[in-house]
Write a protein that binds this ligand. Structure first.
Ligand code: NAG
Ligand code: NAG
Ligand code: NAG
Ligand code: NAG
Ligand code: NAG
Ligand code: NAG
Length: 501
């Protein structure tokens, strides 16, 4: 063989073996699994990393209620409070995940959920909404105690005041009479958006199991949410959702989700673990997603969260007193009491609960485990006790639930290229494996033939064919390829004879 020939033979041998090797690998590995294994390594260079680092991102919309018949209600003329929703009051939110350390098996990061907060006047109900004047029940004092008859039952102030700086001079005065300490600022947004320390350690890497991707090992170095530590001694894991182990931080989930895959998220603003309840499939941005509910209509509260300062809560609510500023009496429900067993129409006019606007949900692309849309909605309420032994004015608030405000965090659109990558992963990848394997096999065969042809001095296919057939069993071979012509048969026979010589 000439040197050039040798090189070419070597080249085609290499090509053939490589194709064969890749073909065998393709027989063993599912391409989707290969991609998923890479994804769960959570490498710094991943194209989607930037989007995760600057998350959560989206809009925070808050809503307040203006009481329009305060005087009539106080005088006893009206039996029910008339409320008028004010909102949305919209803020842009961009969070930040700061990776503190990583190994092959876990990564530790600090989540600054409210790193960037900006009021969006043009996306709010009106650009000057913060200066609007509304009237609200004096939530703080009504909730704090029912003893303070000297305080006004209703107060009037700007929307900004109610969201951000709700303060009363008398709060300080009375705070030592109350069963809990009061901070001077009870503005719900002021308190909700105060950064809480959130340092997560989560599982990554294929060794931990793809199913365990981004499952939390610890939050702030512990398995128990700090605020619930006192309860963890009293209640079991089942009765009280305080154990973050195995839950998610709501940024990423394991690939290949099934509807029955158990998923929980840490709801840091209510200091609990919240189960995601699979509801139904839904199409979103050209992807087939799973829709999960964060709070199901009529859901029973966990045993340790079904009362607030001794007041039994309705279905579809849960206690968050241990979590909010001042340990003030407080319970979360869906906005407008959607899906709750509280019969608000006994006490109110003006709510309009409906699934479209008030059901809290997450849409998840199940193959990648990436949330593509989310409307995280809760209403904060103050449950009032039975006040029938108090003055007439106070009595009218008996057993009411007083909403402070409600909010919706709407996740922002994922960047286009992330959506496109997901689309390729979900829609293209499953269909390329068979064609790829066929191509690899063909390439391997072609290379093998090429090697032989080159080795025998650049034979054409016909010559090669004659050579091979001439050596072995003639008839069967000939019949399959030239089944009709006897001429070929003899010719081939002659050629083979020559080749043997
Ligand atoms: C709130 O209700 C009061 C009483 O009806 C009314 O005077 C006021 O204009 C309302 N505020 C807004 C912002 O609608
Ligand atoms: C992270 O993984 C390493 C290596 O597997 C392990 O030694 C370490 O305990 C893990 N960290 C936590 C907080 O679990
Ligand atoms: C709201 O009122 C304050 C002063 O009371 C004023 O400085 C501010 O410009 C007003 N904002 C809007 C949006 O009207
Ligand atoms: C939390 O749950 C994990 C897994 O279910 C369990 O191993 C661990 O003991 C629990 N931790 C506490 C403090 O209950
Ligand atoms: C809820 O309250 C309204 C008004 O008091 C009453 O008409 C209605 O029957 C109540 N509904 C239920 C289910 O109790
Ligand atoms: C409130 O308490 C009074 C007695 O103090 C009682 O008669 C009444 O039934 C109670 N109401 C409710 C709704 O529990």
């Amino acid at each position: 063989m000439k040197p050039g020939q040798k090189l070419r033979v070597a080249l085609y041998v290499f090509l053939g073996l490589t194709s064969l090797y890749l073909f065998v690998l393709s027989c063993i590995w599912d391409y989707r699994v290969v991609v998923a294994r890479e994804h769960v390594r959570f490498r710094q260079e991943m194209p989607t990393m930037d989007s995760w680092v600057n998350s959560p991102f989206g809009k925070l919309k808050s809503y307040l209620f203006n009481v329009t018949n305060a005087a009539e209600f106080e005088s006893g003329r009206d039996k029910r409070l008339k409320v008028d929703q004010i909102g949305p009051i919209t803020y842009k939110i961009v969070g930040y995940n700061d990776i503190l350390s990583r190994t092959e098996n876990n990564v530790t990061y600090r989540n600054n959920r409210y790193r960037y907060v900006e009021f969006l006047p043009e996306e709010s109900v009106a650009s000057d909404v913060l200066n609007w004047t509304i009237t609200s029940p004096n939530n703080v004092l009504l909730g704090a105690a029912t003893k303070f008859k000297f305080e006004d039952l209703f107060i009037t102030g700007s929307v900004y005041y109610f969201l951000w700086e709700f303060t009363r001079p008398s709060l300080q005065l009375v705070s030592n009479l109350l069963p809990f300490a009061l901070s001077s600022n009870c503005g719900p947004l002021h308190n909700a958006l105060k950064d809480k320390e959130e340092v997560y350690t989560v599982n990554i890497g294929p060794d931990q199991g793809i199913d365990n991707f981004f499952r939390i090992e610890t939050l702030n170095g512990q398995q128990v949410i700090k605020e619930q530590l006192p309860r963890s001694e009293e209640w079991s894991n089942d009765a009280c959702p305080y154990n973050v182990s195995g839950a998610h931080d709501n940024s990423l989930f394991p690939p290949f989700l099934q509807p029955e895959t158990p998923l929980n998220v840490v709801a840091i603003e209510s200091c609990r673990v919240l189960p995601l309840i699979y509801q139904r499939p839904e199409r979103y941005a050209g992807l087939d997603t799973y829709r999960y509910l964060l709070l199901q209509p009529g859901q029973e509260p966990p045993k340790c969260m079904d009362t607030t300062y001794g007041i039994k809560l309705h279905k579809g609510m849960f206690d968050v007193s241990k979590c909010v500023i001042n340990d003030a009496p407080s319970a979360f429900s869906a906005p407008h009491f959607y899906g709750s067993s509280y019969n608000w129409s006994e006490h109110y006019e003006g709510y309009n609960p409906n699934a479209e606007e008030h059901e809290p949900f997450i849409l998840m692309e199940p193959t990648t485990g990436i949330p593509v849309n989310e409307k995280y909605r809760f209403q904060s309420n103050i449950p009032m006790p039975n006040l029938s032994s108090y003055s007439r004015r106070l009595k009218s608030f008996s057993n009411m639930l007083l909403p402070t405000f409600w909010y919706e965090f709407e996740m922002g659109e994922l960047p286009d290229f992330v959506l496109r990558l997901m689309w390729i992963n979900v829609k293209v990848l499953p269909h390329v494996q068979a064609p790829c394997m066929a191509l690899l096999l063909l390439l391997a065969l072609w290379s093998a033939l090429k090697v032989i042809r080159v080795a025998w001095g650049d034979l054409g296919y016909v010559d090669l064919y004659r050579k091979i057939c001439g050596r072995g069993t003639t008839n069967a071979c000939l019949e399959t390829v030239f089944p009709t012509t006897d001429r070929h048969l003899t010719q081939c026979g002659q050629v083979s004879d020559e080749a043997v010589k």
